[in-house]
Design a protein around this ligand. Structure first.
Ligand SMILES: Cc1cc2nc3c(=O)[nH]c(=O)nc-3n(C[C@H](O)[C@H](O)[C@H](O)COP(=O)(O)O)c2cc1C
Ligand code: SF4
Length: 512
């Protein structure tokens, strides 16, 4: 538990016992980022980078400078794991291994004892090296990049054509729900107020690293699409909300944004790079917006949707990194010269994050996948000596697909309700215990629940315990599943309920 925070009697802008160096760092961060509540999280992360975490005296100083209630500042500090408030251990951001499902599954194989901290998947399930060999600004420009931005600035009527292309191309969101992109854009345009564009690069889903791969390879592809979106919907501000653990990408994106701004292509539009607070829930769009406003990352009921009332009540367009990137494939053909269309931009291409017991885990781009088992071939085959046990598809609240069904037609599985979600695919073998896997998935959801609503807070905790120790019978689990699915505020609790229903109904051995 954190100690109680008290305002000192002699507090007068500088707390008693305050560390002069920390106060200096806070003040210079505020000068750089602006003296506004919006930058609260970013200032705290800045101090964490330099000193391990912000201190109590630092929080008091921040509250004074931002004219906020101390309790509010304390609440923000304690709701983001990445702020590391009150911890005596340093917060490791980039790490090759964590304590979550994939790393735990492979621990006996890799014999890795390196844990960033228990739990919370770090999106490193492919153990990939973090090169910064992505396409830089000059290369992207030389290949025709940003010419669409220039054309749009000269011929504003082209935006109607882009909207038509998006509708005709049936572009859908890639964050997991496959919501039509065109509908979001139209709704943002129809709403009153100055719109905002947000690139959601939080990528907190279990065993998912596709957005990291896209940003590592072609950051300007994403920024170009975000700028086009801003021009089409009339936004003057763009946020890139980046997963805090992706430290190397912070540098890559900082440079990419600086290059775009320096070139004049942003045309006065503000492009802000912000880091998330180290929790899965930070990627839920209303929680993300709360985080950008300097509040704790708590989702809110919808409607109103962010497209109508988002960042500071302005119409806000939030898309996943992959969604933005792929839009270039849709309008690319209509604008010349264009950056060569890569495989990823082909409409039938699906991007999976494949991890677990395969020889070559990593991002895999596939066209017309016949079966889920075929994904294993894309990943170099199953590890030596292993026999396929099945694949967890779609993240922490995803589906545990048996080996037999992995060989069934994927089209049939999709038709019968399988959801691919973010495209995360964790391969396990015959000896891996699916009960243990389900319990780890439930553990992730329980740990990452923001705790705001009881169906999710209590439900995910009970579910995780019951799937570990069998403490509830199927009737009680069924009730829990219905309560979570129907009464939770956001998608985390609702999808946790649906996950539990699948576990109960596809695991006959659980039935008593
Ligand atoms: C618990 C939770 C976590 C989420 N995390 C992310 C995330 O990390 N990245 C993301 O793009 N979308 C995430 N989403 C979905 C966003 O709320 C939002 O729907 C998405 O950014 C829209 O992108 P799209 O239109 O491109 O699909 C999350 C949703 C929930 C319920
Ligand atoms: S469903 Fe869970 S994560 Fe979502 S608001 Fe409720 S407690 Fe928070």
């Amino acid at each position: 538990m954190h100690r109680k925070l008290e305002r000192r009697k002699d507090f007068s802008g500088r707390p008693a016992g305050g560390d002069v160096a920390e106060i200096g760092l806070i003040d210079s961060a505020l000068v750089r980022l602006g003296v506004s509540r919006d930058c609260l999280l970013e200032v705290m992360l800045d101090i964490r980078d330099k000193r391990g975490s912000v201190t109590e005296a630092g929080l008091l100083h921040l509250a004074g400078r931002l004219r906020l209630n101390v309790a509010e500042v304390y609440e923000v500090a304690t709701s983001y794991p990445a702020v590391n408030y009150g911890s005596t251990e340093s917060y490791r951001t980039e790490a090759d291994s964590c304590g979550d499902l994939v790393c735990a599954l492979l621990r006996d194989v890799t014999n890795s004892q390196s844990y960033a901290r228990p739990g919370v998947c770090r999106g490193r399930c492919d153990r990939a090296s973090r090169g910064d060999s992505g396409r830089v600004f000059d290369e992207f420009r030389a290949a025709g990049g940003y010419s669409i931005v220039e054309q749009l600035r000269q011929e504003p009527l082209l935006k109607d054509r882009i909207l038509q292309d998006i509708g005709r191309g049936h572009a859908v969101g890639r964050a997991g729900n496959f919501f039509p992109v065109g509908r979001k854009w139209q709704s943002t345009i129809a709403a009153s107020g100055k719109p905002v564009v947000i690139v959601n690069a939080n990528e907190g889903e279990l065993a998912t690293f596709k957005d990291r791969y896209i940003l590592e390879s072609d950051p300007h592809g994403v920024l170009e699409a975000a700028l086009v979106a801003a021009l089409v919907i009339g936004a003057n501000q763009i946020f890139v909300y980046l997963r805090d653990d992706y430290v190397h990408l912070h540098t890559v994106l900082r440079r990419a944004i600086d290059d775009v701004v320096a070139s004049g292509l942003a045309d006065g539009r503000q492009i802000d790079l912000r880091r998330s607070g180290g929790a899965y829930i930070c990627g839920e769009e209303t929680a993300l917006i709360a985080s950008l406003e300097g509040r704790p990352p708590r989702p809110r009921e919808r409607p109103p949707y962010p497209t109508e009332h988002g960042y500071h009540n302005r119409p806000t367009l939030v898309h996943n990194v992959e969604t933005f990137y792929r839009l270039r494939g849709i309008w690319g053909a209509a604008f010349e010269p264009t950056v060569p269309v890569t495989g990823l931009l082909a409409p039938d291409a699906a991007l999976f994050s494949v991890s677990g017991r395969v020889r070559q885990p990593g991002p895999k781009l596939v066209h017309g996948l016949p079966t889920l088992a075929a994904l294993i071939d894309e990943a170099g085959g199953i590890c030596d000596g292993d026999e396929l046990g099945g694949i967890v598809i779609g993240g922490a609240a995803g589906t545990i697909v048996s080996a037999e069904l992995c060989h069934a037609s994927l089209q049939d599985l999709l038709a019968s309700g399988l959801r691919l979600g973010t495209g995360s695919a964790i391969v396990f073998n015959r000896n891996d215990d699916t009960g243990w896997i389900a319990a780890r998935m439930a553990g992730f959801l329980a740990r990452e629940s923001c705790g705001q609503c009881s169906p999710c807070r209590v439900g995910t905790t009970k579910m995780a315990r019951a799937l570990s120790d069998g403490s509830l019978d199927n009737a009680a689990l069924d009730d829990l599943s219905v309560a979570m699915s129907e009464a939770s505020i956001c998608g985390l609790g609702r999808s946790a309920g649906k996950f539990l229903a699948r576990v109960i109904h596809t695991a006959p051995e659980r039935q008593r």
